[in-house]
Design a binder for this molecule. Structure first.
Ligand SMILES: NC(=O)c1ccc[n+]([C@@H]2O[C@H](COP(=O)([O-])OP(=O)(O)OC[C@H]3O[C@@H](n4cnc5c(N)ncnc54)[C@H](OP(=O)(O)O)[C@@H]3O)[C@@H](O)[C@H]2O)c1
Ligand SMILES: [Zn+2]
Ligand SMILES: [Zn+2]
Length: 352
């Protein structure tokens, strides 16, 4: 075992602060990574503040971060995929059983025995897993991804959660040229959803509560932007969407969006608000519409997404921050005041 630097929250109400943690030495299948950038996902904030206490209660101290890119520093004797000095990335999962039908289908995100990157029982050291707000991490090579060399590292980090979480449902629901696709909430996930839906050839409509994001939405690849508080603008799109991706982090009226779907259209939730959302049955009955959800994505699809980003030169639009600004960043995230993902420059942790 060795010591690593990190930022942790001691309780649901405490700010994140500098700390020292213990990481395992790489076992034969492990890759040790020096973390260079870590994206700031709204899930980090939900977890730090224990907002998902009914589903995944937070164990403290909590060290979030699951949008990790860095450089390999050490490898175990059986590691073949990486060597010291390679770029590497880690997303939301660090382990799974590898034997269940989901794992065999390459869908580790549905494995009943997976291990999430933070706030999950740590099979190696006991306690819970610690995430990417740290200077290093040790992960089984099966859960370590390759980063295309043409991508900026700060902008590539958010692909590991915001990227795969939006790419996967867009692919699953057959988004291609000729489809009309809505993206609700232009945050970290939403802006990646817009980039991917546009790259896949769809007609993309962004729904935002923030009038000041309109020009950005068009620049990011939207064909139209609707300020969702404007009922007249919403009305124009009733019954017209093939697919809507809802990436909103807080309570909101999803019925307004279900009504915009055409017959057999689907609305997929990727946003995970603290409180349950109310669904009006008739919105689904009329038009045989469906409502579903989607969690992150499997390892093979995450690599496919990263390669797609390499080919199409797609990264997140990031505001790079030092780790010392993380608490301020959380407050700004709550005000939808980030364009469009914070990415922590982990070199800033060296001074702690
Ligand atoms: N399914 C998964 O596997 C998965 C993975 C990662 C994250 N998530 C969840 O997805 C959600 C979004 O994450 P994120 O990191 O993209 O968050 P984010 O950057 O904070 O973006 C959320 C966006 O939602 C909109 N919004 C916020 N409050 C709202 C309100 N009260 N009413 C309507 N719209 C509101 C804002 O967009 P506008 O300003 O455009 O309105 C905001 O930018 C979070 O709940 C997160 O936990 C799920
Ligand atoms: Zn995330
Ligand atoms: Zn499994």
């Amino acid at each position: 075992m060795y010591n690593a630097k990190a930022y942790s929250a001691a309780t649901a109400k405490s700010p994140l602060a500098s700390t020292a943690i213990t990481r395992r030495d790489p076992t034969e299948h492990d890759v040790q990574i020096e973390i260079l950038y870590c994206g700031v996902c709204h899930s980090d904030l939900h977890t730090v503040r224990n907002e998902w206490s009914d589903v995944m209660p937070t164990v403290y101290p909590c060290i979030p971060g699951h949008e990790i890119v860095g450089r390999v520093t050490r490898i175990g004797s059986a590691v073949t995929k990486f060597k010291a000095g390679d770029l590497a990335a880690v997303g939301c999962m660090v382990d799974s059983d590898g034997t269940c039908p989901e794992c065999r289908a390459g869908l580790e995100q549905f494995c009943p025995n997976f291990t999430l990157t933070y706030n999950f029982p740590d099979k190696h050291l006991g306690g819970i897993t610690y995430g990417g707000y740290s200077d290093s991490i040790v992960v089984d090579q099966k859960f370590v991804l390759r980063v295309p060399s043409n991508l900026s590292l700060a902008g590539a980090a958010p692909l590991l959660c915001a990227g795969i979480t939006t790419y996967s449902p867009l692919r699953h629901w057959g988004v291609t040229k000729g489809k009309k696709v809505g993206v609700v909430g232009l945050g970290g996930l939403g802006h990646m959803g817009v980039k991917f839906a546009h790259a896949l050839g769809a007609h993309v409509v962004v729904f935002s509560t923030s009038p000041n994001k309109k020009d950005d939405a068009l620049r990011l690849g939207a064909d139209e932007v609707v300020i969702s508080k404007n009922a007249n603008e919403m009305e124009k799109h009733v019954g017209s969407f093939d697919f809507i991706l809802d990436a909103v982090s807080a309570d909101h009226d999803i019925n307004a969006y279900i009504n915009l779907l055409r017959r057999d259209g689907n609305l997929t939730l990727v946003g995970a608000p603290e409180k349950p959302l109310a669904v009006a049955a008739f919105g689904l009955l009329f038009g045989r519409r469906s409502l579903s959800g989607s969690p992150i994505g499997g390892i093979a699809e995450t690599q496919e997404m990263l390669d797609f980003c390499g080919t199409n030169n797609i990264t997140a639009d990031v505001e790079v921050i030092p780790i010392q600004k993380i608490n301020e960043a959380y407050e700004r995230l709550l005000k939808s005041d980030v364009k469009y993902r914070f990415s922590i420059d982990m070199a800033s942790l060296k001074s702690e």
